[in-house]
Ligand binder design. Structure first.
Ligand code: PRX
Length: 635
């Protein structure tokens, strides 16, 4: 079908209009022609944002792994599906063909079954970026178990919270992980987490760093011997279109992390279709997304989207700075990467190194560059465009979220003219709306407001695990009959969108979503701390960094503030992970509050960002005097 691969702007508008006028016909055609189904749907779409309830392809039966693996065997069995590039550049890359992937997923799926995992059970995956990570997701999907991947940089407390929230029966992990020059004791973190996780019966351990680890009798099992004995044949479990495929946790502005639930058919159709178009993937291309599979970007655009298209997807274990800051470019050169998808924070860190390293390698294979996770600033955009893309490869600044499952606003490369810092046009089928403070939609161009989506797209998350009320409250209550994204955006004179950032208390640090509440809760556990407030402030590499204002229970007591700062960051590392550490911690005698006792973060944010000129009227505060003292002691 011609509209699977959009080739020019006129065609984009034509296909876009069709997708809006007749969404059901549009997605039905895509679903019919590009996927394998055990049974077709009875109804394409059933939705009601007021409940909220969204069902795509109801009645259909399928297994996503048959779409991602089995159906490619006849035509691409010997093509590389996953190209694994290890942390250590001296270790050879591993090419896993579609045939091999098929066998390895089936073996893994059989091991899961043997260990008592059944359809609908939750399996927590806490594995570094090694092939077993991608394979374990697919193995769960093969047998209908719901995977819940936890980024292997989260702490034991963060891990146990997520395991308990969805009552996982099993944890898959490894004996440890490599991260640049460091090794990390992942199994030790799992052991600690599991002290509080009664639902976990089995831990499967992949061997990666060959360290001496503790194996708990009856619970912990080495993965490899089990795989060696498992059959390479495993019939795919036939799933309903709306059966959950996975849970993935994301931070909210308050409360514990939200387990976003994605279901099978809609997620598959949308990630596959967006992958093909947003990256203009062609059959023999080598595609590389540098994200971790622990985040939605890795789920959708390392694993499911690329494999559903029979693509070659690179899986990189390491970090951009090891053994030096040329590593990304060395990999692009070595594997002749055609599409490269990364985050602004990585681009800024690499740009800081100048152009010598990037100039050393042959990057002429690159056709498309992508950016995701946070707004890309103009300087980083130009550096990326000039030095990596050599002004020839379009940059797709793609906006989307864990909740959206797939890319929502993006240029289509070689189709949509790009504009620095703009995510440009909605993807096919996506109907954005900008809302004003009163709840009215801002029509026309040159407007700025809160970004909502008016109509369901196939990969929208269906609920929050175990808490549908919170799902409704968070996403569907701010504006009637709209999905509210939590972001602000503007639409320029030609209808291009620019994302202006979060409008809630979520702060994006190095592309990671961090809610302020869990960090404040962690800090408040320190026995000396009375109260705390976290805000973001601009940082030249991380985009935003965290600034904490902390009041002590006994302000008069003379304590070594530097020690306290270390202790506070230690607590944060234990509760969440090193990604949530504060860059600055200011001890203050009080926090500015409204008369009803609410902390005025707006004021703290301005002080942290050195924007003291326009603090606004502080005289109505409960304690206006603290503002000056906070300014005087600003770090
Ligand atoms: O604020 C937006 C920002 O990242 C948030 C979603 O984060 P997460 O669920 O972790 O998913 C990240 C990867 C899809 C959004 O609400 N964000 C994501 N992409 C962009 C962005 N902000 C500006 N421009 C982007 N391209």
């Amino acid at each position: 079908m011609s509209n699977y691969h959009i080739k020019h702007l006129e065609e984009y508008y034509k296909v876009y209009r069709k997708s809006i006028r007749e969404p059901e016909n549009f997605w039905e055609e895509i679903a019919e022609e590009h996927f394998v189904w055990r049974k077709k749907w009875d109804k394409v779409l059933d939705w009601d944002f007021s409940k909220p309830q969204i069902k795509w392809f109801e009645g259909a039966k399928l297994n996503i792994t048959e779409n991602c693996i089995d159906r490619h065997l006849a035509t691409r069995g010997d093509k590389t599906a996953i190209l694994f590039e290890p942390n250590n550049p001296d270790e050879p890359a591993e090419h896993i063909t579609y045939k091999q992937l098929h066998q390895r997923v089936n073996q893994f799926a059989n091991v899961l079954k043997e260990q008592g995992v059944e359809k609908g059970d939750r399996v927590c995956i806490y594995v570094p970026m090694i092939p077993e990570l991608a394979i374990s997701l697919l193995a769960c999907a093969r047998i209908g178990a719901i995977h819940s991947v936890v980024f292997a940089g989260f702490s034991s407390t963060a891990l146990s919270t997520r395991i308990n929230d969805s009552d996982c029966k099993m944890v898959i992990t490894s004996d440890g992980s490599y991260r640049g020059a460091k090794t990390i004791d992942l199994k030790g973190i799992v052991d600690e987490a599991l002290e509080d996780c009664p639902s976990v019966k089995t831990v499967l351990v992949a061997k990666r760093i060959k360290s001496n680890i503790n194996m708990k009798e009856g619970r912990d099992k080495w993965l490899q011997p089990l795989l060696d004995n498992a059959s390479t044949v495993c019939d795919a479990e036939i799933m309903d279109a709306e059966d959950p495929l996975f849970i993935l946790y994301t931070s909210g502005s308050t409360g514990k992390p939200k387990g976003m639930v994605h279901t099978t058919a809609g997620y598959m159709v949308y990630t596959a279709y967006t992958f093909k178009n947003a990256f203009q993937y062609r059959d023999n291309d080598v595609y590389w997304c540098t994200a971790d599979i622990g985040w939605i970007t890795g789920h959708s655009y390392i694993v499911y989207g690329p494999l559903a298209n029979g693509a070659t997807t690179v899986l990189f274990e390491g970090v951009p700075s090891y053994p030096d800051f040329g590593r990304f470019w060395e990999i692009v050169d070595k594997h002749k990467v055609n599409q490269f998808y990364t985050a602004p924070t990585a681009i800024r860190a690499l740009a800081k190194q100048g152009t010598e390293l990037v100039g050393k390698y042959d990057l002429s294979s690159l056709k498309v560059l992508g950016s995701v996770g946070e707004p890309i600033n103009e300087e980083a955009w130009h550096w990326y465009n000039d030095n990596v893309g050599r002004k020839k490869s379009p940059i797709i600044d793609s906006w989307w979220q864990t909740e959206t499952g797939g890319i929502m606003i993006t240029p289509i490369p070689y189709v949509t003219p790009t504009k620095p810092t703009y995510a440009t046009l909605p993807f096919i089928g996506v109907q954005p709306a900008l809302m004003d403070e009163k709840g009215d939609e801002l029509k026309g161009n040159q407007v700025e407001g809160r970004l909502c989506i008016k109509f369901p797209w196939p990969s929208i998350a269906r609920t929050i695990w175990g808490n549908h009320e919170r799902y409704k409250e968070t996403y569907f209550s701010a504006y009637k009959n709209m999905y509210f994204t939590g972001d602000g955006a503007l639409r320029d004179e030609v209808g291009y969108y620019r994302i202006t950032g979060r409008v809630d208390d979520v702060i994006i640090v190095s592309g990671h979503n961090l809610g302020t509440a869990p960090i404040e809760d962690a800090i408040n556990e320190h026995p000396a701390v009375a109260e705390s407030a976290i805000v973001g402030f601009p940082h030249d590499i991380k985009g935003s960094a965290l600034y904490g204002y902390v009041t002590l229970k006994d302000a008069g007591e003379s304590r070594d503030h530097n020690n306290l700062r270390k202790e506070i960051n230690q607590i944060i590392t234990e509760h969440i992970g090193p990604i949530a550490k504060l860059d600055k911690i200011q001890f203050s005698e009080g926090l500015p509050k409204t008369r009803s006792g609410k902390i005025m973060r707006r004021i703290l944010r301005k002080i942290a960002s050195n924007e003291m000129d326009n603090l606004g009227d502080v005289s109505t505060l409960l304690n206006p005097e603290v503002v000056q003292s906070i300014i005087d002691n600003r770090l």
